[in-house]
Design a protein around this ligand. Structure first.
Ligand SMILES: [Zn+2]
Length: 80
């Protein structure tokens, strides 16, 4: 049985990591959306498609979703 003692906000922090530049999927060379453990046992950068195919999930010891900080900030602040 899975027991989570973490409050919702903290749990989210553990599964998302902000990065300053784009990463490339180790499997198909598209833009990576995840830094996560694969079913093969090693970690890799993965796009959404490859994460669904090879990833084992998100969380401590499993994987994190990548947020590219620079790009999203530029889009959010376009009115400046
Ligand atoms: Zn991929």
């Amino acid at each position: 049985m899975k027991v989570s003692r973490l409050p919702p906000g903290l749990e989210e922090n553990l599964t998302v990591v902000e990065i300053g530049e784009k990463k490339i999927c180790d499997f198909c060379n598209r833009t990576a959306s995840y830094d996560a453990k694969t079913r093969f046992g090693y970690w890799a950068y993965m796009c959404g498609v490859c994460f669904k195919r090879y990833g084992i999930g998100l969380g401590l010891g499993r994987g994190q979703r990548l947020i590219v900080k620079n790009l999203s900030n530029i889009k959010a602040n376009e009115s400046e």
